[in-house]
Write a protein that binds this ligand. Structure first.
Ligand code: SF4
Ligand code: SF4
Length: 191
């Protein structure tokens, strides 16, 4: 959706903002639309609703537009916006929260590979305590491109392995108790 396609007449609804505030611990209503987040964001070229407008949409309760946007999946979580916000709003955290809400509500992500990558990344951390690139890449490629895709990428993986860019075995075979506890706590909170 492009910003020009956002509804022009809106009856504000606070339900999305309240949900985001509660889950993230942030205060979206503090946003006064200074645009500093958008001006510093390195990936606005690929977004359909730039960050400050997305914040406005959350405040207005435009649930469908926000949760179906490319923006929440294109965000690279670089936190530039967060460090620039004069109101100390952690916008990167809000993007993450919106991704969680979108997934919980079963909305298909516009950038289909992004949730698959998140899932492969977190599975690797959960299993080993840190990312093991080789198994994560295999997991992600299998889920996103199937066996054919994996075979197609095998040559590149082998080259990287030969150059020492990929390790055959993870440095840790199992996650330590601290990492396991983080995942347990997140599960209890429904994240
Ligand atoms: S930088 Fe902060 S206050 Fe400014 S538009 Fe972005 S979220 Fe709102
Ligand atoms: S965290 Fe996301 S929205 Fe914020 S500057 Fe980085 S890419 Fe843009």
């Amino acid at each position: 959706m492009t910003p020009s396609k956002l509804p022009q007449l809106i009856a504000p609804n606070s339900s999305l903002r309240k949900q985001v505030d509660e889950m993230s611990g942030e205060k979206v209503s503090a946003c006064f639309q200074c645009e500093k987040c958008t001006n510093g964001c390195p990936v606005t070229f690929a977004m359909d609703i730039v960050p400050h407008k997305l914040m406005r949409c959350v405040n207005l309760g435009l649930r469908d537009e926000v949760l179906n946007s490319d923006t929440i999946w294109v965000c690279a979580s670089c936190e530039t916006c967060t460090t620039r916000c004069p109101n100390d709003i952690d916008i990167a955290h809000i993007m993450d929260t919106l991704r969680q809400i979108s997934q919980r509500e079963g909305i298909e992500a516009s950038q289909k590979n992004v949730p698959l990558f998140h899932s492969a990344f977190l599975s690797s951390v959960k299993r080993h305590g840190r990312v093991h690139e080789m198994t994560m890449a295999i997991d992600f490629t299998l889920k996103s491109q199937g066996l054919k895709g994996l075979l197609g990428q095998a040559g590149m993986g082998l080259d990287m392995f030969k150059k020492g860019k990929l390790k055959l075995l993870p440095t840790q075979l199992g996650a330590n108790s601290q990492v396991r506890n983080i995942f347990k706590k997140a599960k209890r909170k429904g994240r």
